[in-house]
Ligand binder design. Structure first.
Ligand code: NDP
Ligand code: GDR
Length: 340
């Protein structure tokens, strides 16, 4: 069989980097779309660039997501079998002050890409990175039938892209699917998302580079999984025989406070000594208070199941951040004893 070609927007991000690794292992040719930045921003994909770029198994193209004509040219030239649309302005808190960019990048781009697929390469399967943020204030557990009540420009933009993806499927017969993913984290998570901010700042506290972690509201609850599990689910969604929408989640939720407790406990520390909460800069005008997903549909139809639990995830993230500061877990525990 001819080798599959996949396009990934957002390949430099957390999910894009793990998905690219997975597809390369599965012998796909991967075309990664990345935007030009003043500092080369390929840390998360550096290893696969060394391993696969020379043999043209990984091909990178500089393209901003909002530049649809360039994306169209690439679709016409390379005729991808699968298109994973992961690029986004993905920070909910920041979306409150960048609403227009957020809508343009996250919502309008999906419409334009799907229109281009429809006109130029109808056979291409399309994946849209939809989000649990779309449920917003809808009480848990949330599944594919729950209503959307977004609470931020980010949430609104993702609802728009969700319905756009469905519209091209229902009206034009495209294979366009939504993955409605609940929060998923990893050592590759961006530094300004709450989980990574906590594990990274704790490592910095141990080496004397920070004294306190300043957070916003720590009473909100999230359903956290590991990004490695979730990119496998993303791939499964496009391998299913028909296009559809699927929730991916662990089905368990914890507060930010629970996450703090778990991470600090690994080093035998009391988080309360090192954290300041309700910091104005990190409070949001409206909050999504309680997310807990029901992914029974994905379990039943795709046979998808997350392997990591929250304790594994906390440990994985903390150990990786300690390494950045040349600390082993044992060494970190010794320093922590002195900070008690
Ligand atoms: P990241 O923030 O880690 O990655 C986002 C990616 O989008 C980066 O590669 C970024 O490029 C790229 N990007 C942003 N704007 C543009 C643009 N204008 N043109 C080209 N590329 C752009 O996000 P994640 O990997 O965590 O998430 C992947 C997707 O899944 C996103 O759409 C997110 O909204 C969605 N999602 C994520 C969840 C999660 O918990 N992680 C849960 C549900 C949905 P650069 O590196 O240059 O910034
Ligand atoms: P979220 O993730 O908004 O759920 O979006 P984030 O980690 O940013 O926030 C989770 C919760 O923690 C609270 N919080 C803080 N958040 C940040 N970032 N920084 C802080 O200092 C802080 N203090 C408290 C937040 O208010 C919130 O309640 C993520 C993103 O990956 C989205 O792209 C994705 O769609 C959703 O998950 C599902």
């Amino acid at each position: 069989m001819k080798k599959k070609i996949a396009f990934i927007t957002g390949i430099t991000g957390q999910d894009g980097s793990y998905l690219a690794e997975l597809l390369l292992k599965k012998k796909y040719t991967v075309h990664g779309l990345l935007r030009r930045t003043s500092i080369l921003n390929v840390d998360r994909i550096q290893d696969i660039i060394y391993k696969y770029e020379k043999q043209k198994k990984l091909v990178l193209h500089y393209i901003d997501l909002t530049d649809t004509s360039s994306i169209t040219n690439l679709i016409i030239k390379h005729k991808p079998h699968e298109f994973y649309n992961l690029a986004a302005m993905s920070h909910v808190g920041i979306s409150f002050s960048t609403g227009e960019t957020t809508m343009n990048t996250n919502a309008i781009s999906s419409y334009r890409i799907l229109e281009s697929i429809l006109k130029n390469h109808k056979k291409c399967k399309f994946y849209q990175a939809s989000s649990s943020e779309m449920f917003g204030s809808t009480p848990p557990p949330q599944n594919e039938k729950s209503s959307f009540n977004p609470q931020s420009p980010y949430g609104v933009s993702k609802v728009s892209a969700f319905y756009t993806t469905r519209y091209f499927r229902q009206a034009h017969g495209l294979f366009s699917s939504n993955g409605i993913l609940f929060n998923h984290e990893s050592p590759r998570r961006g530094l300004n998302f709450v989980t990574r901010k906590i594990t990274h700042s704790l490592a910095r506290i141990l080496v004397g580079k920070e004294k306190k972690i300043y957070l916003g509201d720590i009473t909100t609850k999230r359903d956290w999984g590991h990004a490695k599990d979730y990119v496998y689910g993303i791939w499964l969604i496009l391998q299913h025989k028909k296009a559809d929408d699927f929730v991916l989640s662990t089905g368990k939720n914890y507060s930010i406070k629970d996450f703090l407790k778990k991470v600090f406990k690994i080093l035998g520390l009391d988080w309360r000594k090192f954290v300041k909460t309700n910091t104005k800069n990190f409070m949001r005008p409206s909050e999504v208070r309680n997310l807990k997903g029901d992914s029974n549909k994905a379990k039943k139809i795709l046979k998808w199941r997350p392997k990591y639990n929250l304790d594994d995830l906390c440990k994985d993230m903390l150990i990786s951040d300690l390494k950045l500061y040349n600390l082993s877990l044992n060494k970190a525990k010794k320093i922590a004893k002195k900070l008690k």
